[in-house]
Design a protein around this ligand. Structure first.
Ligand code: HEC
Ligand code: HEC
Ligand code: HEC
Length: 140
């Protein structure tokens, strides 16, 4: 076999191995590539949904989230959050609004309660800036 043919053959082999590797990952190539390159922040929705549950979603409505995570389950999971009795990001005096107001789709998730409180942060999360919410705007 001449040199050119040998080169082509080795390229074809390399592509075959790559395809097999991607197939072995199970997920779609695009999202597994992005995960491998770390482009989703720790604790973001894309990062925690490892099995592509949110692939192709365009409207991150509360209704969508609650269809897989019933309200009772998330309220129970975060009762006495961070060891603070009665403190629960999923059930509080402050209408917390949209799920994605805290849970970022791709970037850093934000604990909006910490605009006023100082509850501990999960890995990769940040606190909302002090005084960023509507209540404070009323008094400023
Ligand atoms: C199609 C079902 C489905 C939908 C829709 C969905 N999730 Fe999930 N979610 C899961 C599953 C299953 C897991 C467990 C992780 C895994 O296996 O990928 C999970 C994991 C999570 C976690 C991490 C759980 C942990 O133990 O740390 C959070 C937070 C979360 N989801 C929030 C949301 C929010 C907010 C939305 C709406 C934008 C949402 N999910 C929409 C199925 C879903
Ligand atoms: C005020 C901020 C905030 C809002 C709003 C919020 N969450 Fe969360 N959520 C959190 C925090 C903080 C955690 C703990 C994350 C961790 O430990 O990694 C959490 C954890 C979760 C988990 C994992 C629970 C477990 O099993 O440990 C799910 C699922 C989840 N949230 C779904 C939702 C859904 C659905 C909504 C909207 C209905 C929502 N969240 C709204 C702050 C919020
Ligand atoms: C705009 C400011 C603000 C935001 C945002 C806010 N809170 Fe509060 N919260 C307060 C104030 C003020 C009190 C009353 C404090 C007191 O009486 O000492 C309070 C009291 C509480 C208490 C009872 C007292 C305590 O500290 O144990 C809980 C529990 C609580 N908040 C949870 C939450 C949770 C969970 C969130 C996020 C979903 C949240 N708060 C968001 C201002 C806020």
């Amino acid at each position: 076999m001449n040199r050119r043919k040998a080169q082509l053959l080795s390229i074809a082999l390399a592509i075959g191995v790559l395809a097999l590797t991607l197939a072995a990952c199970g997920a779609s190539p695009a999202s597994s590539d992005q995960k491998a390159s770390g482009s989703y922040a720790t604790g973001s929705l894309m990062q925690v949904h490892e099995n592509g549950q949110l692939d192709g979603v365009e409207d991150y409505s509360n209704k969508l989230c609650l269809s897989c995570h019933p309200r009772s389950a998330i309220v129970e999971a975060n009762a006495d959050y961070g060891g603070r009795e009665g403190f629960n990001p999923h059930s509080s005096h402050n209408a917390a609004g949209d799920c994605i107001s805290c849970h970022s789709v791709e970037g850093e998730s934000v604990l909006t309660c910490n605009e006023c409180h100082d509850a501990p942060l999960p890995d990769g999360w940040v606190s909302a800036e002090r005084g960023s919410g509507p209540l404070h705007k009323l008094f400023s």
